[in-house]
Design a protein around this ligand. Structure first.
Ligand code: TMP
Ligand code: ASP
Length: 236
C-alpha cells in the first residue's frame, strides 16, 4: 500500500491518501490537546500506544459484529482504515458521572447513574463541540433518521461490549466518545478508541488511566497510557 498525500490533519491524528481510493492511512501523533486546544502538550509515545490499543479494540468489536473502519496495522503509528465520510457528531456514552456531566448537572465525580447516558455533540471546533439532541440533529440534517438509529444502537451495544472488555482487564469504563462514518452508504465505527477518548479507572483503587491525567496535570501520563496498553496486550 503506497502512502499518498496528506488529506487532513487533526489534533491527534493525520490522514493520508493511499493508492487505493477505498482506503486511507490513519497516523497517530504524540500531540495532546484539551479544552478545545486551549491546553497543548505532548505525551511521549502516545501515538504508538493509541494506535495499538485502538487496533485491539476494533478487532474485538469487529469480532462481535460491530462494523468498523479498521483494516490492519501498518506500523507502530499507522493503521490502514476504510475511507469514510465522517458523520459530524461525537457520540458519548457514560456509565458513571465524570467530566462535563459533573460540571453541567452538578454531580459528584464517580457517582452512579441508574442507566447509561448517551449524548451527542456537534463536531464544530469553532463552537466548542456543543451538546445537541436528536431534534437538533434532524432539524440540521446532521444525520438521516436511519443513520441516527444506527448511531444509537451501535453506541449502546459498543458500551456493553467495551464494559466486558475492560472489566476483564480490571478497568472500569467510566465513559467514552465515538465517531462514525458513512462508507458507501453504510454506517461504520471510525476514528479511534484509546485513553484519549475513554475514561478508564483501575478497579478497586480508582486510579485514572486516561487523558484526564494530562487534562488536569495529575502526573504519570505516559505511565498511564503504557499501563492500559500492557493490559490490552495481555502482558499484565
Ligand atoms: P466530557 O466529560 O469531557 O464531555 O468527555 C466525555 C468522554 O468523551 C470522555 O471519555 C472523553 C471523551 N472526549 C473525547 O474523546 N474528545 C473530546 O473532545 C471530549 C470533550 C471528550
Ligand atoms: N480533544 C479535545 C481538545 O483538544 C478535548 C478533550 O479531549 O478534552 O480540545
Amino acid at each position: 500500500m503506497q502512502k499518498g498525500k496528506k488529506i487532513y490533519e487533526g489534533k491527534a491524528k493525520i490522514i493520508y491518501e493511499t493508492d487505493n481510493p477505498d482506503f486511507v492511512i490513519q497516523y497517530f501523533k504524540d500531540d495532546a490537546t484539551a479544552f478545545n486546544a486551549q491546553k497543548r502538550g505532548t505525551v511521549l509515545e502516545k501515538g504508538i500506544v493509541n494506535n495499538k490499543i485502538s487496533a485491539k479494540v476494533f478487532e474485538y468489536l469487529e469480532a462481535n459484529n460491530i462494523p468498523t473502519h479498521f483494516e490492519k496495522m501498518l506500523s507502530d503509528r499507522e493503521m490502514l482504515v476504510k475511507r469514510v465520510k465522517i458523520v459530524p457528531l461525537e457520540v458519548i456514552v457514560r456509565n458513571r458521572a465524570a467530566g462535563s456531566l459533573c460540571r453541567n448537572l452538578g454531580l459528584e465525580e464517580g457517582s452512579a447513574l441508574f442507566c447509561p447516558v448517551q449524548e451527542f455533540c456537534f463536531k464544530r471546533d469553532d463552537l466548542n463541540d456543543p451538546l445537541i439532541n436528536e431534534s437538533h440533529i434532524r432539524a440540521l440534517r446532521l444525520a438521516t433518521d436511519e443513520a441516527l438509529e444506527k448511531l444509537k444502537y451501535y453506541s449502546f451495544r459498543i458500551n456493553e461490549l467495551m464494559l466486558d472488555f475492560f472489566q476483564a482487564l480490571n478497568l472500569d469504563l467510566i465513559d467514552f466518545k465515538l465517531e462514525f462514518g458513512d462508507c458507501k452508504g453504510k454506517i461504520i465505527l471510525a476514528d479511534e478508541i484509546s485513553p484519549d477518548t475513554c475514561r478508564l479507572w483501575e478497579v478497586g483503587t480508582g486510579r485514572k488511566l486516561d487523558k484526564d491525567r494530562f487534562r488536569h496535570d495529575l502526573g504519570n501520563v505516559e505511565e498511564a497510557y503504557q499501563e492500559v496498553l500492557k493490559r490490552v496486550s495481555g502482558k499484565s
